[in-house]
Design a protein around this ligand. Sequence first.
Ligand code: 5AD
Ligand code: SF4
Length: 464
Amino acid sequence: MTQTMIPSAPKRVFIKTYGCQMNVYDSDRMADALAPHGYTPTQELAEADLVLLNTCHIREKASEKVFSELGRLRELQDEKRAAGSDMMIGVAGCVAQAEGEEIARRAPVVDLVFGPQAYHRLPEMLSQVESRKHLHPSLKRAVIDTDFPEEDKFAHLPAAKKEVMVARGLTAFLTVQEGCDKFCSFCVVPYTRGAEVSRPVSQVLDEARRLVDAGVKEITLLGQNVNAYHGTDAAGRDVGLGALVYLLAEISGLERLRYTTSHPRDMDDALINAHRDLPLLMPYLHLPVQSGSDRILKAMNRKHTRAEYLALIERIKTARPDMAMSGDFIVGFPGETDQDFEDTLDIIRQTNYASAYSFKYSTRPGTPGANLGDQIAEEVKTERLHRLQELVNQQTTDFHASMIGKTLPVLIERVGRQAGQIGGRSPYLQAVHLDGSPDLIGNIHQVEIIGTMTNSLVGRLAQS
Ligand code: 5AD
Ligand code: SF4
């Protein structure tokens, strides 16, 4: 049954996004789905009629943050009710998917709980909440929707309005693939996001064209396993990510393309060749390896060895010699010995990362890793994380320093923090600040790098 909400007085929705870029994209789509029903986004929590927490379940701390936020929201809701107004509260995303009813039980303040596959049904869920509003509190139940439906959520989400997208700027995310069939033994994603689903090629191209028409110059293709993308084209042929980027490269006005997150197993020749052939495909690749030890890689069910990863990077760098690498690492996976950890440090030294994200292993209920013995003591994890981060930070610093004296194309995106400054991104995803006129915003300019700061580069406009 489909209930439609009647457009009513303007209302405000505050969406707080946790976790990955996929959630950032999904939050925008939720805002799009709500817009025809009178909701406009707000950054001010106090004026919100509806608060949505788009949650992340990847690590323990990520989900605990949600419950503490719900505690704070409860106080705000009490204040609002005392003042004669109200506020609905919804929990979306992967914590919602994984914990469902449990959230409503632990936090009765929550009115609706819905997983990543249900965003297009959001208006319908809200009218259900509205219809339960006048019930006695003892009878009120949260509306819960954590099904994995057959229908395609992307096909049901309304296309973003052009004027809304303009406000989103020069860079945009575009989800091409969702879910994961890899089942790494530490990871909840296959359970919270479900099996791998790719969007049809025409849908991706249409959305990309709309974004470019709205002024977007740089698109980042998103997927939990983005390079496992296998869409179907109009002729029914299978199209991998490699072939997809060649098609996207033909869109006139699109200047830069990125994709994340990739799995080493799915880095095929077509995609590697695209890096050789397409200048718009940016030379920055997030390719997590998690560990440098074959024993741990096997226990993690990563389905490749350390030597295979290193050989893959060789091939990628042959295709695109200036490729900057980024990765994810987990320290303290069950059974990780000092030698295993040394192997991880060693693979980091050999790869030489431009940036890397590292985490202490945290047990995720329901994953195979949760049943493994030989858990690593917290202080050992802390010490290993510290050593790993020291190494990676040094590599990042060296990478930034290696840019000094080079001239890089920078997509100028915004005015800087200091008067007279502007800022943008290098091909390697580094933030770059320089003196310049705001008129330069919106285009790529050649910038000579003259210095570095902790997390950014300092440049000056190159003489043209
Ligand atoms: N514990 C610690 N880190 C994890 N990640 C995923 N699951 C866990 C876990 N259970 C990390 C991986 C992944 C990144 C998104 O989060 O490094 O690549
Ligand atoms: Fe998780 Fe592994 Fe899938 Fe990445 S590839 S989302 S780490 S299961």
